[in-house]
Design a protein around this ligand. Structure first.
Ligand code: LLP
Length: 382
């Protein structure tokens, strides 16, 4: 796809984010179709990518919005998501953020601690409102992913622990400005071993049972996001396996009559459609290796430096014989490296380099470290 647009791409300054809107639409459609088989509703996790043209597509495909800050709630509403399809999660919501979401009558607050419940009740009471809430429960399920993006273990800061639930239920009886409508779970991100989701279902079923024994009917159960993508073979299977993912929940999740099942997917919807485009500034021959020094660095894509992740790297300009390169950025940090001993065609100054599968947690995590300019974005479609 990128090679078809080479002439156009050459006109642009780099570093640059390039989004393939056709692939995005295809991915969104597939996810929606597979979710719709079982009547599941998906809220898109804005934290993965909140660019307006991306949100427009997500919205056009009937997804709701999963937000983790007041600004994300604002962004979702400004981009056309109806407040009744907006959920607000996060372990540390500020009073101002809560007030903003209350003023906009969002669908649900996913609450993560008993202290948060008390404050939310207070703020809702001050406005004479009742906030709809889901309890985010920490299910203590291992997601088998990088430890920085594991969220469902007891040692993680997220959610209410199982042993706190009896106290939380008594507390809720006193909090008359909160209405408990659902349960929320999220065990982590970039999960490629689907058995983790099966384990999650088992735990969710246990919690549902417990709530039923306490005569609490819940309108919805939200099982979070986390479906991983293949960073090594972006063209092999460009769309994550939504079919197997939703089918697994259908098989293992026990749903109460009339209860809605919600998901919060981010990465799997937008990762594949984005590429970080860069140019080679210099080639440096070290003693044991060659360095290809790019004009993009960890300021544009921090995932390799932060999670030791690899995004497939391609040289779009060269067809010469292959060699090995350490592909690095210009930032004054040794972790500013996109890949070691990467096999590329002979690479020269000015070559266009594509760093693939960068649509999720790429542009949103850019920084101005070293006083760099923020990368811009373009959107390609047929
Ligand atoms: N719901 C909750 C409560 C979350 O915390 C997250 C992601 C999601 C949904 C969406 O998860 P997804 O479907 O995208 O896996 N910056 C990291 C990822 C951090 C994910 C944080 N939470 C990375 O680049 O890998």
């Amino acid at each position: 796809m990128l090679k078809d647009h080479l002439q156009e791409l050459q006109q642009h300054d780099t570093p640059l984010y390039v989004y393939d809107l056709d692939l995005l639409r295809q991915t969104l459609r597939k996810a929606q179709d597979e979710a719709a088989r079982y009547g599941y509703q998906v809220h898109y996790a804005l934290k993965a990518n909140a660019n307006a043209p991306i949100l427009a597509e997500v919205k056009a495909h009937s997804f709701g919005a999963d937000c983790v800050s007041g600004n994300e709630v604002k962004c979702a509403i400004e981009n056309g998501f109806s407040p009744e399809h907006v959920v607000f999660a996060g372990v540390g919501k500020s009073d101002a953020e809560i007030n903003f979401a209350l003023d906009n009558d969002i669908f649900c607050f996913n609450c993560e601690s008993s202290h948060e419940l008390a404050i939310l009740n207070e703020l809702a009471a001050a406005k004479g409102k009742t906030a709809r809430i889901a309890l985010r429960i920490n299910p203590n399920v291992n997601a088998n992913t990088h430890k920085y993006i594991t969220t469902g273990l007891e040692e993680n800061k997220f959610g209410i622990n199982a042993w706190e639930l009896p106290d939380v239920l008594s507390q809720l009886q006193e909090l008359s400005n909160l209405k408990l409508t659902g349960l929320h779970f999220h065990i982590g991100s970039q999960i490629t071993d689907l058995s983790s989701f099966k384990n999650l279902c088992t735990r969710v079923n246990e919690f549902q049972e417990w709530f039923q024994q306490h005569n609490l009917e819940l309108e919805h159960v939200n099982v979070g996001g986390g479906l991983g993508v293949d960073y090594y073979h972006p063209d092999g299977q460009p769309i994550p396996d939504f079919e197997a993912y939703f089918a697994l929940f259908h098989q293992f999740l026990q749903v109460r009559p009339g209860q809605q099942v919600h998901f919060e997917l981010g990465r799997s919807l937008v990762a594949q459609c984005g590429t970080l485009l860069s140019r080679v500034l210099y080639i440096k021959h070290g003693k044991t290796t060659n360095f290809a020094i790019l004009d993009a660095g960890m300021t544009e894509l921090i995932r390799p430096a932060l999670y030791q992740s690899y995004h497939k790297i391609e040289n779009l300009s060269s067809q010469l014989a292959e060699d090995k390169y350490d592909v690095v950025g210009p930032i004054c940090e040794s972790s500013d490296c996109f890949g070691k001993a990467v096999v590329l065609p002979e690479t020269n100054r000015g070559d266009l380099i594509a760093i693939r599968t960068a649509g999720a947690y790429g542009q949103v995590m850019t920084s101005e470290y070293n006083l760099r300019d923020r990368a811009k974005a373009i959107y390609l479609h047929q």
